[in-house]
Structure formats: C-alpha cells, structure tokens
Design a protein around this ligand. Structure first.
Ligand code: SF4
Length: 362
C-alpha cells in the first residue's frame, strides 16, 4: 500500500515497519520471512538442457528464486518443463511484449517481472494484471537507473532518488488501479549511494516487499564490493526482502556472494564461517595456505558453525574460544580450541587434518 500523497510520514517508524508478505511459488517474500537470494539464468530458457543444469546448480548452492528472460513462446513453454526439475519459484522476466507474460503465466510462472508503463497500451498491462489475479501471481515492478522516463528526468533534474522512486511508483499505481496489490518493487542503480537513497525513500513510501540489487555492478571485486556495500547498508536498516547480486560473471557466483552477504549480516546461516587473522610479523606458521586449504576442504560441508584460524597467541586464543572450533598458532604448532576449551596441541603439519576431523565430529 502506498502512503497517501501529503500524508505526514513518520520516517523512523516507517523505516522500521515490516513489509507485507507476498507468496511466490512455495515461499513467502517480505514480512518476517527469511530474506531470499535470487539469481537470473544466463542461458536461453528454451535451451532446456542447459537451463535445467544451471537451475539445479544454483538451487544446490543456496539460490531461493530463479528469474529467466522470456522473449519467445518457446521460452515460455520451457517454464513448465523447468519447474519439474526445481523447487525454486520461477520468475518470468518480460521486456516490452506483454503477450510473453501471458504465455509465461499459462506455463506456470510463479511471478512476473514486468513494467506496465513499458508494454504499450494500458490495456496490455490490464490483461497481464488480470491474468495474474486468477492464480494470485505476484508482479515485480520497478526501475533501473538507465530506464527512468523522460518525464521524471525533467521533473526531478535527472536520475536521482526522487526520479527513481516516482518512476517505480508509477508502475505500482497502474497495478493498484486494477485492484491488485500482489506486488514487489525494485529500484536499482549502478551507483551505490543512489541505490541506497532511493530504497530508503521507497521504504518510507510503501510497505510492498523490496527486491534489492545494485545493477550493472561489474565483475570480481568491483561488483562484490558495490553489492556488499549497497545491499549491506540497506539490509542493516531492515530494508530489503529479497536480493540479487548482479555480477558480470556466472550466476553461481551471484548466489554465493548473496548468501555470504546475508550470512555475515547475521540474517541467514549458510554453512561454515571462517574467522582468520590477516597475518603479521608474529605469524610463525604458513597461515595463508592453511586457510586456503581449509576453505577448499570445507566448501561442501553444510554445517552452520564458526571456525577461527589465528596466527598467534595475541588475538588467537580469544577468537578461537569464541568459535565452535579454533586454532591459535604458535611456533610451528597450534592450540586447538573446541567450544571455548583447549583440547590439544598440534603440529603445523597436522592443523588442517585435525580441524577437519573436529568439524566432522560436530
Ligand atoms: S592474530 Fe597474531 S599473527 Fe595474526 S595478525 Fe594478529 S597479531 Fe598477527
């Protein structure tokens, strides 16, 4: 529901308020439900074999919701086949051609991403909205910094939080006009601060669930840092119900980074967390390689625990005690801690094996 224009806004209360929940396939987005991680297939959806392979890989690695471009009738038809191979809700991403949305809905899409202002006449939008109503299928609307309408650019002097928010709310109002409120909203910019400002403003103006992302954030550390800062700062304020990390990389990486953002904010557990020190002149074991090898070895382990791998007796014992399992290294050896207690002393060459054995016992 949008706050009425001119209605006084209690900013602090509105920022703290919980969004409403919407149902997407077999899960809920918004409300007090867990924050979900999404990604988007980079296969052509109608390439069934490759699409199923990617869907399953992403699901196995913690993806909750998958989105795919639906540009042809064949893509739409693929939805019904792909859904037989995954538990994840499938969101059909529609650009311009509203008929593809209708085809996607006919083939079991769990949500539609569409912008009613960009699919021709309002009649087109109405036909999609009415079709969504039949099975209570959510519609994600929103705006990217590259697609703000000229009218809003002129009114608000370019791309900024106000033109982004107004542009997104214009889409919302069209859906609401047809008495439908099963909506999620996204506002994404490639600029971190602008995304932050716009989503804070959006949260003040609506209780619809918010899909967060930094669009076109790049690859590697650029994309990871931008996404972590943008999504992290908003999530810490309680803003955001579902996230997508957009990277110029394979979708698997987006899912892994998205999971880690939620994990390190304490919002969702996702397996083993390693705390390790940066090393310094006091480090007397090959800590960098020990951490690298442990990280590789624990990658498939799905236990929600914390392990500490520390280089010396200064901060080592403290961190190691806080973790479920930890080591505080000395000169060619290390103390092993478990649940805060020293349990043994091990040689440097045994650190990795002993750690793995102890993780296995938990
Ligand atoms: S824990 Fe010890 S070895 Fe590691 S960085 Fe700190 S002082 Fe250096």
């Amino acid at each position: 529901m949008l706050n009425k224009a001119n209605e006084p806004i209690n900013y602090e209360e509105d920022l703290k308020s919980t969004s409403r929940a919407i149902k997407c396939g077999n899960l809920y987005v918004g409300g007090n439900n867990k924050i979900t991680v999404q990604s988007m297939l980079n296969t052509k959806l109608s390439d069934i074999e490759r699409s199923i392979e990617q869907v399953q890989l992403l699901e196995l690695n913690g993806c909750d919701i998958i989105r795919a471009s639906v540009d042809t009738v064949e893509d739409a038809k693929a939805i019904s086949i792909i859904k037989k191979h995954t538990e994840m809700p499938v969101v059909a991403d529609i650009q311009f051609d509203y008929k593809m949305a209708l085809h996607a809905l006919k083939n079991g899409a769990d949500a539609i991403r569409i912008n009613p202002c960009y699919i021709g006449s309002e009649e087109n939008a109405a036909s999609v909205i009415n079709e969504c109503k039949i099975n209570n299928i959510p519609i994600r609307v929103g705006v990217n910094s590259g697609s703000v309408k000229k009218e809003f650019l002129d009114k608000y002097n370019g791309v900024n939080k106000l033109s982004l928010v107004e542009s997104a709310l214009e889409q919302v109002r069209i859906v609401e006009k047809y008495n439908y409120e099963n909506i999620a909203i996204s506002i994404k910019a490639s600029d971190v601060k602008m995304t932050y400002d716009a989503n804070v403003e959006l949260k003040k103006r609506t209780d619809y669930p918010i899909h967060l992302g930094i669009t076109e954030s790049g690859s590697d550390e650029d994309g990871i840092i931008k996404s972590s800062m943008g999504l992290g700062s908003l999530l810490l304020m309680g803003i955001g119900d579902t996230i997508r990390v957009s990277l110029t990389e394979e979708p698997l990486r987006e899912v892994i980074i998205g999971r880690k953002i939620l994990q390190y904010l304490g919002l969702r557990p996702y397996g083993i967390e390693i705390v390790s020190c940066p090393t310094c002149g006091r480090t007397k074991v090959d800590l960098i390689n020990i951490v690298r090898d442990v990280k590789r070895a624990i990658a498939p382990i799905k236990k929600d625990i914390k392990i500490a791998i520390m280089g010396c007796a200064v901060n080592g014992p403290g961190e190691a005690r806080e973790a479920d399992i930890g080591i505080a290294s000395g000169n060619g050896e290390a103390l092993l801690f478990k649940k805060g207690q020293i349990i043994t002393k091990v040689k440097e060459s045994e650190i990795i094996n002993v750690l793995l054995e102890e993780i296995d016992k938990l």
